[in-house]
Design a protein around this ligand. Sequence first.
Ligand code: FNR
Length: 185
Amino acid sequence: MKVLGIAGSLRPGSFNRKLLLAAARAVPRAIRLELWDGLDDLPAYAEQIDGDRPPPGVQALREAIDAADAVLIATPEYNASIPGALKNALDGASRPYPDNALKGKPTAVVGASTGPFGAVWAQADLRRVLKTIGARVVDTDMPIGSAHHAFDETGQIRDPAQRKRLADIIRELIDLAGRQAARAA
Ligand code: FNR
């Protein structure tokens, strides 16, 4: 089973990218979690640049989602919501509607912020956007607050309770994807 990891940050040293790397370590051996690195390659989404020949970056994102059994998105919080770059990517992934790559796709949301609340508003907004697009979204969130203190020098999440929560969300996502694959077989 393949999980596509999408970090909603373009920042070198992003804590959300770190969170996905921690998730990649936490997945069971039979699961591959691959990080998608194309966020910077996307033009500002507009309907007139889409169609029979979508921009290559948008097409690559749609194909990466298509090829994955599940998607795990780590979102920063910008001004109490998701960053524009991530919303732009999701707008591109949402078309053609309703038969887009995210339709019915098992998806989970996690988030890290340097503030105390761990990007909870961004995660709630992201789940709402994903449900609108048609993804099947795990309802549990994963707030990592004070993200600049949350990881040790090896990239491991310091707090065992947070490590367990991340493992639980990954299990929920994988179970959802497994049930979906079994139904489709
Ligand atoms: C932030 N940050 C922030 N943090 C938070 O908890 N709530 C917020 O509303 C905001 N708003 C916000 C707006 C903008 C424009 C920036 C640049 C930053 C801080 C944010 O959590 C911090 O920069 C994280 O490190 C961003 O995540 P990455 O890039 O490390 O993954």
